[in-house]
Design a protein around this ligand. Structure first.
Ligand SMILES: *Cc1c(COP(=O)(O)O)cnc(C)c1O
Length: 427
């Protein structure tokens, strides 16, 4: 195993880069003290040459890892032909990608944009258009959800911390407890037009919807003529072992094969690091947003769509759906075993496939300087020192959202690194 990574020295290349950020970049992010130069597969290298195993995947974005030759190839080939023409015209890659995404879900149509928040904006506008002539506009979402940082996104998100300081909120959103169909039913008003949930809450700490919840919401939405919208920005794109998390959650569940949301937002893994977002909407509603009602200049560029198509091709060719499911199980079992061995540090693991949350114990020993921080941040910092990248969620969850092609040997390295930190903290 490699030497523990020490803090960067004053005057180091890292300090210089951080200085640029302090002076010139809006300080809206709490960043870790790491600066990266390049990567390969599931590893990245910092400016001092230290190597890290990346189990965070750029927050579930780098679906094929770093510097994948197929993505590089697609970028080069397509950029030699056509990068952008705007949505005033047709081009083949956008049509082909829309076809491919619908083939993976069900008959419907796709709108392309550039990020997850923007994909969700499309869902809000779809719902408002759907209910407009009846005066319905309200969208019910869940507590602990996350739907992005735009003004409507923070109104939709069921966490106060993203709203603070930005009031008044965009009207038309209310929140109810997750995985509680009765709470959703009770919250419906004459103005309600849609329900929006994540198949697996991501930022909220990796909480999957139950099969009963999904089926109950579908019945409720049918009964009350509400659109059932799913935010699959983080949990989609084969991360769970199926294209959509609801397909995985409902596997083998009676009635599950007939479940279908009315619309689904996507981003993150869709472009593997190239910014692209999308929403899919099923047939009866697919033409609601007619010409002139919605748009974006960059959405679905030939370049972005060529990359996304290439990623789908690699996922299919290398059967990365099954790989993600199996490798996720290896990681989950490994973390459960570590939780048995170090109960004062680790409580267990939750999630599906390669969307995993490590649950931390409440009183992990702190090191000087970080005792005020939540245990999730403290643990992530200790993992950085060991050479492992992960993503904190809330106060006591650390997420693993690695590349879908994470090699088995790298999963093993990840478990070894987690164990080295747990063992040290357990003293
Ligand atoms: C990341 C995320 C978003 C926001 O996506 P951006 O690309 O950051 O705008 C929305 N919903 C969920 C569930 C996410 O995980």
């Amino acid at each position: 195993m490699s030497e523990p990574i020490t803090s960067p020295a004053a005057g180091s290349p890292f300090e210089a880069i951080r200085g640029l950020f302090h002076q010139h970049v809006v300080p809206s992010y709490g960043r870790f003290d790491l600066a990266f130069t390049h990567g390969s597969g599931s590893h990245v290298f910092d400016v001092a040459g230290n190597r890290y195993l990346d189990l965070g995947g750029g927050i579930a974005v780098n679906s094929l890892g770093h510097a994948h030759p197929a993505i590089t190839e697609a970028l080069i080939e397509q950029s030699r032909k056509l990068v952008h023409v705007s949505n005033l015209y047709y081009h083949e890659p956008q049509g082909r990608l829309a076809e491919a995404l619908s083939n993976l879900i069900a008959p419907g149509k796709v709108f392309f944009c550039n990020s997850g928040a923007e994909a969700n904006e499309g869902l809000y506008k779809l719902a408002r258009k759907y209910g407009h002539d009846q005066g319905r506009f309200e969208i019910l979402t869940t507590l602990n959800s996350f739907h992005g940082r735009t003004l409507a996104g923070i109104a939709a998100t069921g966490q106060d911390k993203v709203k603070k300081g930005f009031e008044p909120m965009t009207p038309g959103f209310r929140h109810v407890p997750f995985n509680n169909p009765q709470a959703m039913r009770d919250a419906i008003s004459p103005a309600t037009v849609a329900v929006l949930i994540e198949g697996i809450q991501g930022e909220g700490g990796v909480t999957p919807a139950t099969a009963e919840y999904l089926l109950a919401l579908r019945r409720l939405c049918d009964e009350k003529q509400l659109l059932l919208l799913m935010d699959s920005v983080q949990c989609g794109h084969f991360r769970t072992g199926r294209f959509q998390s609801y397909q995985r959650i409902l596997e083998g569940v009676p009635g599950g094969e007939n479940f279908l949301p009315d619309a689904i937002s996507m981003a993150k893994s869709l472009g593997g690091g190239f910014p692209i977002g999308a929403f899919w909407v099923r047939s009866p509603y697919a033409d609601l947003l007619g010409a002139g009602t919605h748009g974006t200049t960059y959405g679905g560029t030939p370049l972005g769509c060529a990359v996304a198509l290439k990623i789908l091709e690699v996922i299919r060719r290398e059967n990365l759906a099954d790989h993600a499911r199996q490798t996720g199980e290896v990681l989950q079992r490994g973390i459960e075993a570590l939780a048995q061995k170090y109960p004062a540090i680790l409580r267990g693991a939750r999630g599906l496939g390669l969307m995993l949350g490590m649950e931390l114990a409440e009183n992990i020993p702190s090191l000087p300087g970080d005792s005020a921080k939540p245990v999730s941040i403290r643990f992530v910092n200790r993992l950085h020192e060991a050479g492992l990248l992960t993503i904190p969620a809330g106060t006591n969850i650390v997420r693993l959202l690695p590349a879908l092609n994470l090699p088995r040997i790298d999963a093993g390295e990840g478990l070894d690194l987690i164990e080295s930190v747990a063992a040290k903290l357990a003293g």
